[in-house]
Write a protein that binds this ligand. Structure first.
Ligand SMILES: *[C@@H]1O[C@H](CO)[C@@H](O)[C@H](O)[C@H]1NC(C)=O
Ligand SMILES: *[C@@H]1O[C@H](CO)[C@@H](O)[C@H](O)[C@H]1NC(C)=O
Ligand SMILES: *[C@@H]1O[C@H](CO)[C@@H](O)[C@H](O)[C@H]1NC(C)=O
Ligand SMILES: *[C@@H]1O[C@H](CO)[C@@H](O)[C@H](O)[C@H]1NC(C)=O
Length: 440
């Protein structure tokens, strides 16, 4: 924590530091003197989209999970599913006003909202109107049906779904559990009180199991030295070795896998491949003066997806869903110098703000290409499903907690989270898309 405060205290605001990528810095020489070295590490870290520190700091905050063992049935939700022409590309479209539709759930009706994403409770301004938009794919007749909790649970009866990835995978699962809470509440199997760990939930009436696997890089990783701080210090990332959790997913016979990941590659990481050090990625080398090669983070993301999708060849379930990167939205600064996400409505598809930033665009391209390669190499290409949320979420800078994931007087990380998504909020559309794609 002391290091973290220091890192934030020594804000790079007044430095003329340029991100390693922008400067075309290959290789990146580390300064020999240790104080400038650690400063450099801090600046490197700061130079990224700011994601990593949000992730780290959020991780430090208390996890006040509501008890997840309520097991009750509330009435049944229903909505009529409209049919969508097969040619529709549901990833492209527009957010359109939907003033009549009530939110699927509230902070009072869903007990699975992580307090750090409980924007209703903490009074995010204009949330009422932020919640009244629906995703309208382009093209005549290309409607995305509202989420139908009963239909989802019918589909997954006696089945299991693994969410594999980082904290946004957990954010997605908690959104899904809230959407399903109108029909059934799960209980946690072997309850835990931790954030960066694997957790599993069972829906007794439908015998449906949902698990979130903590695999921030999708490939094997460890800390570069004993006693390092898990969230602050650089990680070794072994790009050609799948995270051991993936073997558990395959062995346990899950029916569905929803895979994501990218953000952690913007942290200080030392990349390994083929038994040797490849270089450092997005957040720099974290002070390791022996590594002098800079590797663009999208190169690492591509390798990690390739390795993970290869590891899932042994997966006998019915669908492997690849969820693309969900962009953060720090504006008018970064996480460390006043950046925030204060928008209160979506942007339109033609707007400059609807374009993915360079880093996220490169992550997206790597993910989509690896998805296509995996699908092309499969006996049944239909087993692979692309949940392409990047474009639609880029338009939703209004969907993050910002400073409304805690009370103003509370110190939660450094306060402003423009990475995770409010519950309820536009992230709920991911499950609309997921249900649509799984029933297509
Ligand atoms: C839900 O949020 C409202 C404010 O919008 C607050 O008054 C209420 O206490 C919250 N309820 C819970 C259960 O958090
Ligand atoms: C529950 O579902 C699992 C598969 O996820 C299956 O193996 C098991 O037999 C089911 N249990 C019951 C009681 O149907
Ligand atoms: C991380 O893994 C590598 C390779 O397996 C190993 O050599 C190293 O000792 C590990 N690091 C720590 C801190 O355990
Ligand atoms: C860098 O390399 C030298 C010589 O091989 C070694 O003694 C030192 O421990 C290395 N430093 C780090 C941070 O790995």
């Amino acid at each position: 924590m002391a290091y973290m405060k220091e890192a934030i205290g020594s804000s790079p605001r007044h430095s003329n530091f340029h991100p390693a990528r922008a400067a075309g810095c290959v290789p990146c020489k580390m300064k020999p003197n240790s104080s400038s070295r650690s400063q450099l590490a801090v600046r490197r870290a700061a130079s990224t989209t700011g994601l990593l520190f949000v992730l780290l700091l959020v991780a430090f905050t208390a996890s006040n999970y509501s008890s997840l063992n309520t097991d009750r049935l509330i009435g049944a939700a229903s909505s009529s599913a409209s049919s969508t022409p097969a040619s529709c590309d549901v990833a492209r479209g527009e957010w359109v006003p939907d003033p009549a539709a009530p939110p699927y759930y509230t902070n009072a009706t869903c007990p699975f909202i992580d307090s750090r994403q409980d924007c209703m409770r903490y009074g995010k301004p204009e949330l009422h109107s932020i919640l009244r938009w629906r995703w309208q794919p382009h093209g005549h007749g290309c409607d995305l049906p509202r989420f139908d909790a009963a239909a989802f649970l019918r589909l997954v009866r006696h089945k299991s779904m693994a969410f594999v990835g980082d904290s946004v995978a957990r954010n997605h699962l908690q959104s899904l559990m809230c959407l399903l809470s109108s029909v059934e509440h799960p209980h946690e199997i072997d309850p835990k009180d931790c954030i960066h760990c694997t957790r599993s939930y069972h829906y007794r009436s439908h015998n449906f199991t949902a698990t979130v696997f903590w695999t921030p890089f999708l490939v094997r990783w460890n800390l570069t030295r004993d006693g390092a701080l898990q969230f602050m210090d650089p990680h070794n990332v072994f790009l050609d070795e799948p995270d051991p959790e993936l073997a558990r997913v395959t062995a346990a016979g899950y029916d569905y896998v929803v895979l994501n990941g990218a953000k952690w590659f913007t942290r200080p990481v030392v990349l390994h491949e083929g038994g040797r050090v490849l270089g450092c990625s997005g957040g720099g080398c974290g002070g390791d003066a022996n590594v002098t090669t800079y590797v663009p983070p999208e190169r690492a993301v591509r390798a990690a997806f390739r390795t993970a999708l290869r590891a899932l060849r042994g997966f006998r379930g019915s669908r492997v869903v690849v969820r693309t990167v969900a962009p953060p939205h720090y504006e008018n600064g970064k996480w460390y110098d006043g950046g925030n996400c204060l928008r209160t409505r979506p942007v339109r598809s033609g707007d400059a703000a609807a374009e993915l930033p360079e880093t996220e665009a490169a992550f997206h391209a790597a993910q989509v290409e690896e998805f296509r390669a995996a699908a092309a190499g499969a006996d049944d290409p239909g087993r692979f499903v692309l949940l392409d949320v990047s474009g639609m979420m880029q338009m939703r800078g209004d969907g993050h907690p910002g400073q409304y994931g805690h009370w103003p007087h509370e110190k939660v990380g450094f306060g402003i989270d423009c990475v995770h998504w409010c519950l309820p909020g536009p992230i709920d559309a991911w499950s609309e898309l997921l249900l649509h794609l799984l029933t297509k």
